[in-house]
Design a protein around this ligand. Structure first.
Ligand code: PML
Length: 256
């Protein structure tokens, strides 16, 4: 059965091309019979799950010609213990936990510091930055756009089944983050991923890897901060062009 990719993006103050501010985006993969339902889901997301009222929105449909890769969600799922106190120490400790996890996975501290420094040079970054896990050098040439992971979704209602099993609230943010982490970490070139949201109200992020699964980290950034972060620590010996092609173009469905 043929599959279709639906992509939504919404902006305020004109379209993205006109310099408007991106406020919401999303992607789903679906069969023909379900296109209408998925389009409604994306329309609702663009209208409500965003930082303001959009005055530009686009929903795009394309058929997926390539064959689909089926990928399992990351094996382990954990909420990393919080080291909560009050005030600013939240931020520091969330990041400390994240960096410790990355070091356990095998990323040298100087590479982590360098990667975070690279990302913080940009005021808004929508895609991912690819960092060589050994040297700390940036491997993609996408500037402030970064690499946008695309063409992925859960199969059918596998996410709802997964969420019920693990007693996780079945919200769209976790749905999308888990699917992306599964796609990204399914590729052998990925060693680990570090992510937190650009949504100022959302302060939970994660470290994902094949080695340690999906580790959610609360208070990874300060409330109100609009700078997100998505870093892929990559084995620089691998073919980076084909890696980027996988991230951007290979259709992946997550099955559970
Ligand atoms: C995002 O939506 O921008 C990234 C959110 C990552 C954390 C999702 C979670 O709560 O596990």
């Amino acid at each position: 059965d043929k599959l279709y990719n639906l992509r939504m993006r919404a902006a305020q103050g004109g379209s993205h091309e006109q310099g408007g501010t991106h406020i919401s985006g999303g992607e789903r993969i679906t069969r023909f019979s379900n296109i209408q339902q998925v389009a409604m889901y994306l329309l609702e997301k663009g209208l409500t799950h965003c930082k303001g009222r959009p005055d530009f929105m686009q929903i795009q449909l394309e058929s997926i010609p390539e064959s689909v890769t089926y990928v399992q969600p990351l094996e382990r799922w954990a909420n990393v213990e919080r080291f909560v106190k009050e005030g600013d120490t939240f931020l520091k400790e969330g990041k400390t936990v994240a960096f410790q996890l990355l070091e356990i996975i095998g990323i040298p501290k100087k590479v982590i510091d360098r990667a975070v420094e690279i990302v913080s040079q940009y005021s808004s970054m929508r895609g991912a930055v690819l960092i060589d896990a050994h040297s700390g050098k940036r491997l993609d040439d996408r500037g402030e756009k970064g690499v946008r992971v695309s063409r992925l979704d859960w199969l059918g209602n596998d996410f709802e089944k997964w969420a019920r099993y693990y007693h996780v609230s079945a919200n769209s943010r976790i749905r999308e983050a888990l699917a992306l982490a599964a796609k990204v970490n399914n590729h052998p070139a990925t060693i680990a991923e570090l992510c937190w949201s650009d949504d100022p109200d959302y302060t939970t992020g994660y470290v994902a890897s094949r080695k340690m699964g999906y580790q959610r980290i609360e208070n990874i950034k300060t409330y109100g901060d609009e700078r997100g972060c998505r870093i892929f620590f990559v084995d620089g010996q691998k073919d980076i062009r084909s890696y980027i092609n996988y991230l951007e173009n290979q259709p992946v469905l997550i099955t559970w």
